[in-house]
Ligand binder design. Sequence first.
Ligand code: CU
Length: 179
Amino acid sequence: MKKSLIAFTAMAFLFTACGNNESTTTEDNSATTEEVAPSENDATEADTAAADDSEVAELTIEGNDAMQYNVKTLEAKAGQKVKLTLVHTGKAPKSAMGHNVVIVKQGVDVDAFANAAIAAQANDYIPADKEGDIIAHTALIGGGETTSVEFTAPAAGIYDFFCSFPGHHGMMKGKFIVE
Ligand SMILES: [Cu+2]
C-alpha cells in the first residue's frame, strides 16, 4: 500500500513538473531513498580506505614554547611512505619560537648543519648548501600551527632529526628509526 502511494505521488509530481524523458530516473531515486537498506555499501568503502591508509606511516610530533618535542623517536619501515606531521602546541610566533623537523642522512654532522642554519633565516633555517644532507624536513611553523611533509623512508638504520631554528637542536632532537 505504502509503496504504491509513493509511486503514485512521484508520478503525479512528474506529470506536473517534468517531461517524459526524465520520469524513469526520478522514479528510481524516490524508490531507493524509501528503502532502509544500503548501509552494507558504506561499510565496504570504509574498509577499503582503511587498508590503503595502513601502508602510510602517519607520524606526529609536537613542539612547544619550552623548546621541546614531545617524543624522542620516530619509527617507520624501509621504503614505507611516511606522512610526518609537526604540531606547534605553543603560542609564541615563528620568529621567536619557530620549529621544524629536519631528518638528515647518516654521517651528517648535526652541529655543523645547525651552525650553518643560523645564517639561513631567509630560507626558514634550511641552509641551501646543505640540502643534500637532508632526507626530509617540514616547514618552519609558529605557535598554533601544524604542517606535514610526505616522503619515503630510507634504508634501515638510525637517523638524526632535530629542529634547525637557532639554538634549538641541543634540546629538540631525536632518532628516526627505520626497520
Ligand atoms: Cu624549534
